[in-house]
Design a protein around this ligand. Sequence first.
Ligand code: ADP
Ligand code: MG
Length: 750
Amino acid sequence: MTYSVGIDLGTTFSAVAIVDEATRMPRIVNNGEGAKITPSVIQFIDGVPRFGTEAESAFNAGELGCVATFKRGMGSGKPYCYIDGKAYTSEELSAMLLRHLKEEAEAELGGKIKDAVITVPAYFYSLEREATLRAAESAGLSVKKIIDEPNAAAMAYSLSHWRENANILVYDLGGGTFDVTLVKMGHDGELFTVTTRGNHELGGRDWDGRLESILHAKFQEELNEETRADISTISYVKGLAKGVKKSLSARESVKVDATLPNFGRCSVTITREDFEKCTADLIERTGDLCRAVLGESKLDASNITDILLVGGSTRMPQVSRFIANIFGKKPIAHVNPDEAVALGAAIQATKTATAYFDLSVKVEDGKKVTDRKDLSDNFLSSVKSEKKLSDVGLLSIKETVAHAMGIIAVNDDTNMYYNEIIIPANHPRPVRSAKKFKFYTSKHSSNEIEIYVLQGSSENPVDCKIPYKYVVTGIRHVKNGDTRGTLVRIQYSYDDNGIIHIQARQEDDKTDLTIRKDAVPTDISKYGKSVEKETRDVPASFLGLQTGRSANQDVVHKFKAVTFSNVEWSNYDNISSHPSGAKYNEPKVHVKANEKAIEFHGYNISAMDEGVYYTLGNDDDFEIECDIDTSDIKPHPGGNVNITLGIIRASLSLNGGDMFLDGTPVATVGSRFTLKMSLSHGGHYEIYIDDKLVGSKDKPDERNVDVRFGLEHGGHHCELLSHAYISNINMRQRANEDSENSETETWGDE
Ligand code: ADP
Ligand code: MG
């Protein structure tokens, strides 16, 4: 017989469970020592790993060759410890532990394990989840799914305490991590996660640390000696503190009779009150996260039906008391905090994979957030009476995305890097989203773009985790009407296990692009600042990254000024011959938009002009309004500065110039005036000078429209164009109803 198991791979303890064929209920599979939980500790003896209580005792006694709490280093890729000169990563150590758990469970069950569901903290990032997956695979386990620990606990609890519409807060305080998750009981045995928060650096071991301090202080008082100065005493007290902490969960005070390695016997008494006083700030930190979960779910404490305690550290009486204070009710006690996670994982192991959900987002205060329509209507509906579910088959769970996922993009003003969120936090998973970006590509060389994947909601990229960097290669330069904007659609898939996958496509013909993984640079501080003036070291493609828009959102491009300076046309004749295909040397052109230098390569020239471009789709509304003062324009004699919006062109030199509509002059202007040009949805052009309509026309063809600030020179032998300047340009791009940047236009198997 083969088995599907659930494995709680904990920081301090791990457990294995299965669903019993006969009862259709989950149960723990005992380990080789007959215990329900196995310490997550390894002791190496001559390079051979040993597990179980022996390893734990050796660790507590401070013996060499022991390692514990290695889950904390998951996904870092760095060694977690060195034993006998050999480095071990958390992933390798976890693989050894998993192999041990597997072998013992197989012996106990008398059959092979076919596949497994493994649990991780809800707050684990993509890299940590990937590492867990790899560890399991190298332990010979086929992973059916990675499920979040609080969700697994909620499943185990729900089986015997199902209450339709209940809002369950799962408070999981383990040995090294803290997670708090709001899980909703829906209809028909369907559970779903609403919000989750956590702290990976907070757990029982922090309480241990405080107790060690108390112990040292008391010993020192007794002995009048600095016990902390002795390394073997430190390690002895470490082991002692764990036991004392557990005793304090059962008793108000504990008498500790210790034999300190270099100080001899010493007796002290620790009270629970002492302990609680000096850990009050730690418990308060869990409270902050509970309140954050309530805030994000737009609930108050009274809307919480039940609080479920998970994790060994919730046995400390201060936890229940603290929770009762916040929520006005006692947490529920009838679940075993050591076993619930593994039991839930076993239930999940009976399920098949979930299909991808459609992305559902809304904009709130200018920020993209998950639109959970499924929640709003039944959040506050009355909670039905409790019942038992007779079979694990009656239960299912929808898990969510703990961290928003975005990409480093350049804002519309092209002066700041920011986190463009592609999948917001708290979205049901698995989910896909594919967003279209515009890149300035070259016709003459191969094009690459860099993708920095972000996890976190912060607008500033450096405040987020950057789990991956990818490089998309082989992007074809696409001539889009008359512009250089090549559109690439980037897809994020957040799978059922909480791992991110990236794909890219050329937008015009939907061909897949090759992506390679690249090391994330150690110093990413520059993405926390404004885009630097001297940007030559940044790939041009990256600079060109433009944000798309979501439906019904206006984009305002504001340029204080577009400045052209020191434009050297050293190879003018070659340039003019470019359209016929002749090779030319690229001139040195600098166009500054809002003080940011943009370098152009391999551009498409007609009649020698150069400038800044935007491309509009056929359905776009666009308006340019600017104050023009050409008295400062100093192009080469005979040259002009042009502003165009499709068929509208303003061609200006020192003393003003002409306005053209579809090639016909409609007005002549002086050197100072306000110009407004607009293209409305449906294809109607209007041109205004000082607020007076001077011409209008329907859009003559279906081509995309090009918005351009450029230089033009019709003559020959132009060698240097020193300076040109247009000020106060305001462009408004109104959203159209069916935005082309549909984030639901995804691709994949489903
Ligand atoms: P993890 O999921 O991180 O492996 P567990 O949920 O197994 O952690 O909890 C382990 C933690 O619980 C340890 O820090 C341990 O000291 C603590 N713990 C276990 N029992 C008690 C108890 N009776 N009183 C206080 N803390 C306890
Ligand atoms: Mg745990």
